[in-house]
Design a protein around this ligand. Structure first.
Ligand SMILES: Nc1nc(=O)c2c([nH]1)NC[C@@H]1CN(c3ccc(C(=O)N[C@@H](CCC(=O)O)C(=O)O)cc3)C=[N+]21
Length: 284
């Protein structure tokens, strides 16, 4: 079977070109604030990718790098300032938070202004997924949903999600359920093989580098790699692309798959947040 390699980076370019046109007519320009605590190399790399993407569509991006030893009170103070700043339309707190702040993640996410929460991580926005329509939704889940619905009608399909994250697996499960998919969640990459072998759509967030091989797949499956492992400065995913090519119907690879597309979805969320704040305010 021919395997289609899904180019998330090309889908992202199409979205960004459309957003760029829209932003061209907007004054003030949409502005995203990114809060990065500490200097983790991987996180800094992701922040740079996001800054570049905002720049590409003609928006403004402020990356604020706080020291590793920032206290919860200081971080909440910074967020409160950004919440109140009318020039800031979107706020993103880069995760994971370092050290002792990691256990305060929910407190931090809860302190974000709901309309500026471009990640869709505020508990209100996560809860809104149980309602129709939701408001700001996690970019990773939106990216997967875009790809799945581009190639398949989810209704009745067996969709297997390996992982349990609040930023991908939980929201994606709800979006797929709403579309009539038979969703199966395997929280850890442990005894996942039996169910995965029957999956029409397989999303693998948790796992080990190159863990998924051809033998694990139903022929023709749509396979989305959502694992990012850094080894010697290079990124690789949970799916072995060499192995699954010829067995999968579609492969969304790492790199060049879900990653670039999720950043494009972040830009869409920034525009949603912007419209909500700037245009909704005009209505008064
Ligand atoms: N508040 C918050 N929001 C996030 O959206 C968020 C986060 N924290 N923490 C970390 C994860 C991870 N994440 C990725 C973004 C882009 C790629 C991406 O574009 N990857 C490239 C490879 C990397 C590269 O080219 O440097 C690719 O797959 O082609 C991957 C992963 C967003 N995250």
């Amino acid at each position: 079977m021919d395997t289609v390699i899904v180019k998330g980076s090309e889908m992202a370019s199409v979205i960004k070109a459309k957003l760029k046109e829209e932003v061209n007519d907007l004054f003030p320009k949409p502005q995203l604030a990114i809060l990065l605590v500490g200097d983790d190399e991987e996180s800094r790399r992701y922040v740079r990718l996001k800054e570049k993407a905002v720049d590409e569509i003609g928006g403004q991006c402020r990356a604020i790098n706080l020291p590793e030893n920032t206290t919860l009170v200081e971080l909440l103070g910074q967020i409160r300032e950004l919440n109140a700043d009318p020039h800031t339309h979107g706020i993103l707190v880069q995760l994971p938070l370092p050290g002792p702040l990691a256990t305060e993640q929910e407190t931090v996410l809860s302190s974000l202004s709901v309309v500026k929460d471009v990640d869709g991580f505020h508990p209100f926005n996560r809860g809104k997924l149980f309602s129709t329509p939701p408001f700001l939704v996690s970019c990773a889940a939106l990216a997967c949903m875009d790809i799945i619905t581009m190639y398949r009608n989810p209704r009745g399909l067996l969709t297997v999600l390996v992982g349990d994250s609040f930023d991908l697996v939980q929201p994606l499960a709800l979006l797929l359920m709403a579309r009539g998919s038979r969703v199966c969640i395997i929280p850890e990459a442990h005894e996942w093989e039996e169910v995965a072998a029957r999956a029409d759509v397989l999303v693998v967030e948790k796992g080990r580098p190159l863990m998924v091989k051809a033998d694990h797949l139903k022929p023709g499956a749509l396979v989305i790699d959502a694992g990012f492992h850094w080894e010697a400065g290079r990124v690789c995913g949970n799916v072995d692309p060499m192995s699954v090519t010829g067995k999968a119907g579609w492969l969304v690879p790492v790199p060049g798959g879900i990653g670039p597309l999720l950043i494009a979805k972040l830009l869409e969320n920034l525009l949603t947040a912007y419209r909500e704040q700037v245009f909704a305010a005009d209505d008064w």
